[in-house]
Design a protein around this ligand. Structure first.
Ligand code: ADP
Length: 400
């Protein structure tokens, strides 16, 4: 019986020795870090490869506190893990940076499990996978992702810019084509009259003097219209090239406006339009280029007559203000749609009025605005479709 008991005890010794050997073999073979801690956090065992990863010998780590080999910033993670295990959580996973023997930080993904004995935590087993490289790669991927987003954003902005540039170029091209076709049309109409009337005169030697004079007059007027058009184009390109020369001297703006109204009365009467004025009683002396200001007012009065139906009214007002003068040209004409108003001072812009054939090049107001700008003046427009349009110009009397 005693011999049997002896035998059993030898057997169980052999079993636990074998188990220990197996555990040692497993610890030895394992590549990841394995730490066996007591309930207070002292390292009771560590595998060889794990210790080597931290550049320690196995025996250097035994009986050291785990906190000693963890970076201070990870103390909280470890403390929380311990607390969790003590509070009964069976297994806890977290990340913590360990400090190697040569002060290198190594990041581990850790799984910790508590081993209970007699209802008390006996030991804590921690298995740590070195994820430093993985983290570096994920960080790299993240920063690449961010720069990819940034690059995509820049590409998008560049693409939008290129599209904008392309649409500006397309718009310029469209305007240019439209201008060429407008101007050709504008040139062809007076030219056709000039050629037609000249041929009629030439082919009819018996034509009455009265008719000949009338035809000659038409030829002269159409010729003048042609010259005006060509001058418009040249003037604008001169202004844009900064080559327009101003001849500035002092003159009476009221007298000038009276002259302009006198010159326009005929064309207003021809359309049965009442052209009236309300001018300051006194002289308004301004320092400006008289011819250019005359062209500006003439064009605005011309437009007012052109875009007003028979029986309508056009009025020119001149006011003497403190340091400036105001010229208002107002009509009861067809008006400008609200959406077109911001564009009427742009080159070649013409309000589209399908079904009506009012001649023009879309250059008149460009010229007007450029001249007023060069005199440091200001031009505004108010208009209502079917009710009429008012252009108001403020001009400094003595601009430097
Ligand atoms: P255009 O040679 O075509 O008349 P402008 O530059 O003088 O060119 O005018 C630009 C556009 O503004 C015109 O096409 C016309 O539709 C509009 N406009 C100018 N003045 C008036 C006005 N008094 N009443 C209505 N529309 C006007």
């Amino acid at each position: 019986m005693a011999a049997q008991a002896q035998d059993m005890s030898t057997n169980s010794n052999t079993d636990s020795e074998l188990l220990q050997k197996k555990i040692d073999a497993l610890l030895e073979l394992e590549e990841d870090l394995i730490l066996i801690l007591n309930e207070g956090g002292l390292i009771k065992n560590v595998n060889l490869n794990g210790a080597l990863t931290l550049d320690f010998k196995k025996e250097d780590l035994i009986n050291r506190h785990v906190m000693e080999i963890v970076t201070t910033k990870c103390n909280v993670e470890i403390a929380n893990a311990f607390k969790g295990l003590i509070d009964g959580t069976p297994e806890i996973a977290f990340e913590a940076s360990f400090v190697s023997n040569y002060s290198k930080e190594i990041l581990f993904g850790i799984s910790a499990k508590s081993i209970y004995h007699n209802d008390r935590i006996f030991e804590i087993v921690m298995i740590g996978k070195n994820i430093t490289h993985l983290r570096e790669i994920t960080d790299e991927i993240e920063s690449l992702r961010i720069s990819l987003i940034e690059t995509n954003r820049l590409i998008m902005i560049e693409r939008q810019r290129a599209n904008q540039r392309r649409s500006i170029l397309e718009e310029l091209n469209r305007l240019k084509n439209e201008f060429v076709s407008n101007i050709s049309h504008e040139l062809r109409t007076p030219l056709a009259s000039i050629i037609g009337f000249s041929e009629t005169i030439a082919s009819d030697p018996d034509m009455s003097n009265e008719m000949r004079n009338e035809f000659n007059n038409t030829i002269l007027n159409e010729g003048k219209r042609l010259a005006r058009l060509i001058n418009d184009v040249l003037d604008i390109s001169k202004i844009e090239g900064g080559k327009l020369e101003f001849v500035k001297f002092r003159f009476d703006a009221v007298a000038l406006i009276k002259e302009i109204i006198g010159a326009q009365t005929k064309s207003a009467e021809a359309k049965n339009i009442i052209l009236s004025s309300e001018l300051a009683d006194e002289e308004i002396l301004i320092d400006a280029d008289k011819d250019r200001i005359s062209q500006v007012v003439t064009r605005l009065v011309n437009n007012a007559i052109k875009f007003t139906n028979p029986k309508g009214r056009v009025k020119v007002i001149a006011k003497n203000l403190f340091k400036e003068m105001e010229i208002i040209i107002s009509d009861t004409g067809i008006g400008i749609p609200e959406g077109d108003i911001p564009f009427i001072f742009q080159k070649f812009y013409r309000v589209s009025r399908p079904g009506t054939e009012i001649p023009g090049t879309g250059l008149g107001l460009v010229f007007v605005k450029q001249i007023i700008d060069l005199h440091k003046g200001f031009i505004t427009v108010q208009s209502e479709v079917g009710k009429g349009t008012t252009f108001a110009i403020k001009l400094p009397k003595n601009h430097i």
